[in-house]
Design a protein around this ligand. Sequence first.
Ligand SMILES: *[C@@H]1O[C@H](CO)[C@@H](O)[C@H](O)[C@H]1NC(C)=O
Ligand SMILES: *[C@@H]1O[C@H](CO)[C@@H](O)[C@H](O)[C@H]1NC(C)=O
Ligand SMILES: *[C@@H]1O[C@H](CO)[C@@H](O)[C@H](O)[C@H]1NC(C)=O
Ligand SMILES: *[C@@H]1O[C@H](CO)[C@@H](O)[C@H](O)[C@H]1NC(C)=O
Ligand SMILES: *[C@@H]1O[C@H](CO)[C@@H](O)[C@H](O)[C@H]1NC(C)=O
Ligand SMILES: *[C@@H]1O[C@H](CO)[C@@H](O)[C@H](O)[C@H]1NC(C)=O
Ligand SMILES: [Zn+2]
Ligand SMILES: [Zn+2]
Length: 557
Amino acid sequence: MYPSSLLLFLCLSAFVKCVSGSEWCYTGCGHTPNHWGDLPGSVCGGNRQSPININASMVQMDPGLLNLTFVNLLSQNIKSITNDGHTVKCTLGGNNSEVSGGGLNGTYSTIQFHFHWGDTEYHPGSEHMIDGQRYPMEMHIVNLKKGLTLEQAMANPQGIAVLGFFINATEDAAPSEPWSVLTSYLTNITGTEARVNNTISINDLIGSVDFTKFYRYMGSLTTPNCTEAVVWTVFHEPINIGKNLIQRFPLKTGLTNVYRPIQNLNNRQVFATFLPASHPWCYDHCVYSPSHWNLLPQSSCDGNRQSPVNIQTQNVVMDKHLDAFTYTNFDNKKAIKHITNTGHTVECSLNENVVEVSGGGLEYSYSTLQLHFHWGTAQDPGSEHTVDSKRYPMEMHIVSKRKDLTLDAALRTPNGLAVLGFFIETNPTSSLSVTNGWKILTNHLSAIQNISSEVEVTEELSIDDLLGNVNRAAYYRYNGSLTTPSCNEAVVWTVFKESVKVDQNLIMMFPKQTGYSSVFRPTQALNTRTIYTTTSASSAPGPIKLLLLFVCLYVLL
Ligand SMILES: *[C@@H]1O[C@H](CO)[C@@H](O)[C@H](O)[C@H]1NC(C)=O
Ligand SMILES: *[C@@H]1O[C@H](CO)[C@@H](O)[C@H](O)[C@H]1NC(C)=O
Ligand SMILES: *[C@@H]1O[C@H](CO)[C@@H](O)[C@H](O)[C@H]1NC(C)=O
Ligand SMILES: *[C@@H]1O[C@H](CO)[C@@H](O)[C@H](O)[C@H]1NC(C)=O
Ligand SMILES: *[C@@H]1O[C@H](CO)[C@@H](O)[C@H](O)[C@H]1NC(C)=O
Ligand SMILES: *[C@@H]1O[C@H](CO)[C@@H](O)[C@H](O)[C@H]1NC(C)=O
Ligand SMILES: [Zn+2]
Ligand SMILES: [Zn+2]
């Protein structure tokens, strides 16, 4: 095994020079990266080139990518270091260093590993980037498919497996003995192989990097001839070393900015063994639709007190503690600050510490943060909660946080948030004041057609204007969750029985102007939860009956 690996290594070094026939470089010669494609026999202008920028939001999780298996690769001592004029290459001693598993097609034998870096002015020089961020350095462990000659491997779309590790610079310069030893061998003399007398292994260099978190895509060698034979494994976590050690690479070798610029992804998909934190979720037409929200980082979406739910009226339990709410500043005409298209909904953010809600059986006072909407399509209704399986056209959520908690703490507290849910139904004879309120709101939608766009609300518009005289004394109450990721089980839910009546044309502005529809989560299992209901007025909405009830209660007392 050993002699043949050595031979392969020598061949690979020779190969580049023999085939290209001319010299290439990163800077200061005729064939800089933009001109590598002109070199004889080069495929550097191809369409599966490396390196790439890994856009975390476009990554697809592939559960088929299991753990990598290493044989000797990590533990073997480093045998030699060579400055080859482009980089610093290392070889391993012993024999039979291999990597397999992790979705690789077969076993690969290690040939060499080398580095890419920036310059002495701290300009970073990793080859791959994550979300446009370049790390100070990158290490590549090059492996050849077992049983193939170099020529066969170069001709095989997965003939070579490269393992890429980012190297991050830390300020504290905590001395890393293995990196100190390795960099002590760096030299500006090219072509001479230095034997490493100390015992250091790749394991010593890598430290605590999590091998289970990596990206995978099909690419190429990042130096001429840029052969498109590489299955890339790029680890998510960087190796952290002191920046003084990183600086030794350009300082001691005299080589600077030895990395190839980012190449086009073209139609390639990047896979990952995990979900990057910035991964997008959706209601439909993406990998992370509601049934997969539980796979998102820090997700509670598969918990057992999830929302929304179907409210079965025959099972609800009357609770006499569910009294009237106290609404503070719901009539404030300046409370709504912005309207934002979040890409999932239209959200009205409120000025801080203005609007409040308490009472209604809530044990705390809650400060109202925002309100937003859930809707369906022109044909199908889109409320989140359903009542006896009936779905309403729309639902409005008024989200408040316990006044005594920070938002972070509230999200971790079972009653940290209180959400008031109002069903929206179409009715051509909706009240004039409600129509005016919804007109002001929906008039802004044309200005926020782009996702993440925001518009300031300058007109007078209060929450009461959107609710009108809907009966707020009759409602359902249960313990639930946010209905979007991370689905925190932190919500005391109030769902009002009577719906707000809004003109159909105004409701339709939401899907029309935002370009997305059916933005509601399917109902979740109730499990062991009970849904409570107010005792009064449940079948007697309307101000007059309410007033009567109030009078009766008063008399009773
Ligand atoms: C992969 O490795 C991790 C950590 O070593 C371990 O927790 C996990 O069970 C392994 N997974 C498989 C499928 O072997
Ligand atoms: C895996 O490798 C074998 C042998 O080289 C080849 O026949 C097969 O097509 C490869 N599979 C994939 C998915 O590339
Ligand atoms: C990189 O190093 C910086 C500085 O020490 C640190 O703040 C940052 O968290 C590190 N990045 C990663 C991903 O470890
Ligand atoms: C190589 O480094 C030595 C000192 O380590 C220095 O004297 C010499 O000028 C350098 N040569 C080149 C070509 O940079
Ligand atoms: C939406 O984005 C496009 C392209 O980015 C831009 O041209 C357009 O002006 C934006 N529209 C609005 C209403 O902001
Ligand atoms: C919510 O949960 C708390 C704590 O378990 C419990 O005391 C309370 O009665 C529940 N409220 C409802 C409406 O189920
Ligand atoms: Zn490389
Ligand atoms: Zn909502």
